[in-house]
Structure formats: C-alpha cells, structure tokens
Design a protein around this ligand. Structure first.
Ligand SMILES: [Zn+2]
Ligand SMILES: [Zn+2]
Length: 40
C-alpha cells in the first residue's frame, strides 16, 4: 500500500505561505503534520 503524506489544502493549492503546517490524515482521522516538501 502506498502512503502519500497528507498535505494541507493550502499547499495543495499552491499557497504554501498560507499553510499552517498541519493537514488532515484520513488514515487516522486526525490532524498531522503537513507532508508538503515546502516545510522541510
Ligand atoms: Zn507547501
Ligand atoms: Zn503545508
């Protein structure tokens, strides 16, 4: 099973500066860290 890190909708929309650094993880139904590479 391939797991892609969840990303904040802001990051998905290209608005990386607006991202709060969190994203919704469907696997655990909870908040987790945004997986967008812009945070590293
Ligand atoms: Zn981003
Ligand atoms: Zn982000």
């Amino acid at each position: 099973m391939t797991r892609t890190p969840p990303q904040n909708p802001d990051c998905r929309g290209g608005k990386h500066a607006a991202c709060s650094g969190t994203a919704w993880n469907d696997d655990i139904d909870d908040i987790c860290a945004c997986g967008c590479p812009c945070h590293t």
